[in-house]
Write a protein that binds this ligand. Structure first.
Ligand code: ADP
Ligand code: MG
Ligand code: MG
Length: 898
């Protein structure tokens, strides 16, 4: 059982495809050696050892590793021509964490390990540089104290004891930068640091390099289980079993003087994707200094440096003398770095994020990995590399992270304008995109200025129209699932919710935040992707749906094997979805067409009627309205199928609950308020979601189904007369037994025959059902004898399979997720293990009796990448999702077929 893999001097026992065992860092350090990139020698202890360590503890782990590590260290010593633990020619090493996937900043690294009061002298002598040796020593005591001896404070608020000493020493000396400290100061720091260690831990600082090494190895393994790392794994769904590797590597020194330095670089621009080598470095510095921001980092290329100086308003003279680029300061090392970055990108065939150190003019590479990037860069880099012939079409598609595309579908702030932007407060990033506009405080005033931001304490259903008109929505209260957040996401509109720091006074029409007060008409800006709220007007850019984005989507379509439809009930949503490439509507919810104005009155009239005759009178008035709605929706999808679901929600959702509305309804219908009140009370249900809804409505009040079927078919006939072909699919909701469906189907077909006879013409249509009750999935063979299509309504199916009320799950789901009882919110990510079985069963049994059964999904899951993949593999014909998820589903579906 090999636990240690060495690398160095152009050789390596590992390879880049061994990331599971060696971690990403270790695997790529090995590979860089193999392709002739200069890397300091070292070795990697496997991720499996981390798992062993967690089980057996430090003592036993050291026992298992000792001889292998000693052997590996000998190889490093031979390559570097130094000796670990020697008094005269000491080798110093770094001990670095490195998991399978990069977890930036989550785990710990110790540099300069092997330092003690003797080796520091030898190192000073050898380098002919006292300052460098003592600088390295004080860094080591600090890092070791923080990481291995646990002296780093838990919370950011508490001060690191070492930082505090450092600040005191600098203050006493009256200097700002640590480079201004001289050898005596550094020696003083080492003494003070060690005293702090003794005081806090009760032990002397360990002097034996081997003791230091085992301590650091154990600390890196331990860091896998620190709260930060656990949290990071949770939100990124990284299993705890993976473990981290430990890389022990000969130190190279960027702090040896002005001909040394350290930096990070990207082979392309991680923000825009442009093919421009870029990065930052510091002269006379070590490792983390660049990221930690101890000094202002300098640009690597001259071009980048000039651009930086312009933005930072630094004069050319200052730039060239105080902040020169690496290209200017160390042209030879720069030239080598440029060649190496080119070589690495060509080799790994993806944008690389590099770490390097220059020791006395000589370049060393310390890390390479595929760089993190924005959505725009993700698309551009893949398309550029495809055109450059570096990758093929499939790879370009597979490189896209579907969920990330969301960033590209909404307006964004202009980058140059952002530099000056002042953040007033931060709320929750409820619905992505950028918006700038003039403040209004009431929904019915949303049209008061040409572009507005609607600021409310919270929103309610009456605000819908105003929300639609406003460019962005800001609420002081409410979470990610508040009304404002949910509605805004549905509209694809920028929203920041729950911004508690904003004091909104709707009466006075003022908003106070960040120490300023804004009145109606004042400009503010929102970033719905980050939750930031900005002062003033900031230029925004509309999403660019053509260009590289369009091309990548076309490529995806080339590989995609199933259709992507949209859930839409308004003409506007359907149009947006068409622009995003939807191939039809998978769910058109008819109840949404009854919630306002005249329609709601007629709907109430129908529900509150005493008998069928009364209901028919109201339904006759609803018919032309419905017909026009259907015509509008169908008209946006000419040539594509449109699934229209018959009335689904419990009727009490429509009736007036407030006194005022009950009174006006009483007047409208010519009855007393008490009659209305009584009716409303009668409609009360204990468990409305399991009550009188779905096809149970159509089967108790067949006239509702009759009206809806008629409206759909008449609309289709009218469009046909205009030369526009449509494909309505009439969907019966909440079916649990085949007889329920059969009754509804008969009503629809009888009406169809009547309508066709009346009009003397026909259209093709289908009758099918939602599969959203577990019993329907289990008896799908019977149901498919009647249904021409199935649409899995996985919202209800999840609700009923888990027995979790969707509307009440907020009370326990967060706890379940935190405790790991559930891995994901099953309403967001389809539960393949449980609900997935019902889907498989439903499809299999359904197709047994009806081999040409068309199958799709129309729950929220239809736009969630892992669920889309499941649907493709389960053999569905299409997925359907909200308009703004359509591109994401197109990509996810393509990837599932590759
Ligand atoms: P992280 O994963 O947080 O980036 P790393 O292990 O990569 O941690 O190391 C932190 C910093 O220390 C990086 O800047 C890296 O380049 C530097 N570093 C690590 N090992 C060495 C080494 N052997 N010589 C010089 N610098 C090193
Ligand atoms: Mg690193
Ligand atoms: Mg349902």
């Amino acid at each position: 059982n090999k636990r240690v893999y060495t690398f160095g001097n152009g050789k390596a026992e590992g390879r880049s495809d061994m990331k599971n065992l060696l971690g990403g860092k270790g695997a790529n350090l090995a590979e860089m050696n193999l392709i002739g990139v200069p890397v300091p020698a070292g070795f990697t202890i496997t991720t499996d050892t981390c798992t062993e360590y967690n089980e057996m503890g430090r003592e036993k782990m050291v026992g298992l590793l000792r001889s292998e590590v000693k052997e590996a260290m000998k190889k490093v010593e031979a390559t570097m021509n130094m000796e670990f633990g020697s008094k005269d020619n000491p080798l110093l090493v770094s001990v670095r964490s490195g998991a399978r996937v990069s977890m930036p900043g989550m785990m710990d690294t110790v540099l300069n390990l092997g330092m003690n009061d003797e080796s520091v002298l030898a190192i000073a002598k050898k380098a002919g540089n006292d300052r460098f040796a003592w600088d390295s020593y004080r860094r080591f005591v600090q890092m070791y104290g923080d990481v291995v001896l646990g002296m780093k404070p838990e919370s950011k608020e508490d001060i690191d004891p070492f930082e505090q000493i450092m600040d005191e020493v600098k203050e006493a000396k009256g200097v700002e930068n640590d480079t201004d400290l001289d050898v005596d100061d550094l020696k003083d720091l080492v003494v003070k640091f060690k005293a702090a260690v003794k005081k806090v831990t009760g032990h002397d600082f360990p002097v034996d390099p081997w003791e230091q090494l085992w301590g650091a190895v154990a600390a890196v393994f331990d860091s896998w289980m620190n709260p930060r790392a656990i949290y990071y794994r949770q939100i990124n769904q990284i299993p705890a079993e993976w473990g981290t590797a430990v890389n022990v590597q000969a130190m190279v020194f960027g702090n040896m003087g002005d001909n040394s330095g350290t930096g990070v670089a990207f082979t392309r621009d991680a923000a825009t994707g442009e093919n421009i080598f870029n990065g930052e470095y510091l002269i006379n510095a070590q490792g983390e200094d660049v990221v930690a921001g101890v000094r202002t980092p300098q640009q690597i290329t001259k071009e980048g440096s000039l651009r930086w100086a312009k933005l930072a308003k630094v004069s050319e003279e200052d730039r060239a003398t105080k902040f020169p680029s690496l290209e200017e300061a160390m042209p030879l090392a720069y030239a080598e770095l440029f060649d190496v970055q080119e070589k690495l990108e060509n080799y790994f065939k993806d944008m690389q994020d590099l770490e390097f150190t220059i020791q006395d003019g000589k370049l060393w590479m310390l890390q390479t990995r595929n760089g993190k990037r924005t959505a725009a860069a993700m698309v551009k880099i893949a398309m550029d590399m495809l055109r450059e012939g570096m990758i093929d079409e499939k790879t370009a598609v597979l490189r896209q992270e579907p969920n990330k595309l969301d960033e590209l579908l909404h307006p964004v702030f202009d980058m140059d304008a952002m530099v000056k932007a002042n953040v007033l407060a931060t709320g929750l990033p409820a619905s992505p995109g950028a918006a700038t506009g003039q403040l209004v405080f009431h929904a019915d005033e949303a049209g008061k200025f040409p572009v507005t931001i609607l600021a409310r304490i919270e929103t309610s259903p009456e605000d819908l129209e105003g929300m639609d008109i406003a460019r962005g929505i800001l609420t002081a209260r409410g979470g990610m699932t508040s009304h404002a957040a949910v509605v805004a996401r549905g509209m694809g509109k920028c929203c920041v919710s729950g911004a508690g720091e904003c004091k909104i006074d709707a009466k006075a029409r003022t908003l106070a935040a960040g120490g300023m007060t804004f009145k109606e008409g004042d400009w503010i800006s929102l970033n719905g992707s980050t939750g930031d709220i900005y002062e003033g007007k900031i230029a925004t850019k509309d999403p660019e749906l053509s260009g590289d984005f369009g091309e990548i989507m076309e490529l995806a379509d080339k590989f995609r094997k199933i259709d992507v439809r949209t859930n839409a009930e308004t003409e506007r949503d359907a149009k947006v979805a068409r622009e995003f490439g939807a191939q039809g509507i998978g769910l058109c919810r008819t109840e949404h067409m009854f919630f306002e104005g005249e329609r709601l009155v007629r709907m109430r009239e129908m529900i509150l009627s005493d008998d069928e005759a009364g209901r028919r009178i109201a339904l006759d008035k609803l018919l032309p309205i419905q017909r026009q709605d259907f015509k509008d929706v169908l008209n946006t999808m000419i040539g594509f199928p449109v699934t229209i679901r018959l009335l689904d929600p419990p009727l009490h959702e429509f009736v007036p609950h407030e006194k005022e509305n009950q009174e006006s309804m009483a007047k409208e219908m010519g009855v007393s308020v008490d009659v209305i009140k009584k009716k409303v009370e009668d409609l009360h249900e204990f468990n409305p979601m399991l009550g009188h809804r779905g096809c149970r409505l159509g089967n108790t009040y067949p006239e509702i189904t009759e009206m809806q079927a008629r409206a759909i078919l008449e609309a289709a006939l009218e469009l046909k007369a205009e030369g526009k072909p449509t494909f309505p699919e009439i969907m019966i909701p909440l079916v649990g037994t085949v007889k329920e469906l059969k009754m509804q189907e008969k009503i629809v077909r009888d009406i169809a025959d009547q309508v066709f006879k009346e009009k003397g013409d026909k259209v093709d249509y289908m009758v099918g059902t939602m599969i959203e009750i577990p019993r329907a999935a289990l008896t799908a063979d019977e149901i498919a004898e009647v249904a021409q299509f199935f649409s899995f309504g996985t919202n209800d199916l999840t609700q009923m399979t888990f027995g979790y009320s969707r509307d009440d799950a907020g009370k326990f789901l967060p706890v379940y997720l935190k405790q790991g009882i559930l891995k994901n919110d099953p309403f967001q990510v389809l539960d393949q293990e449980g609900v997935g079985q019902l889907v498989h069963t439903g499809i299999e049994r359904g197709r047994k009796t009806n081999p040409i059964l068309k199958v799709g999904i129309c729950g929220e899951h239809g736009g969630e990448p892992s669920s889309v993949e499941f649907c493709v593999k389960a053999g569905m014909n299409y997925v359907s999702c909200s308009p703004f998820r359509v591109p994401i589903a197109r990509l996810a579906a393509a990837q599932a077929s590759l």
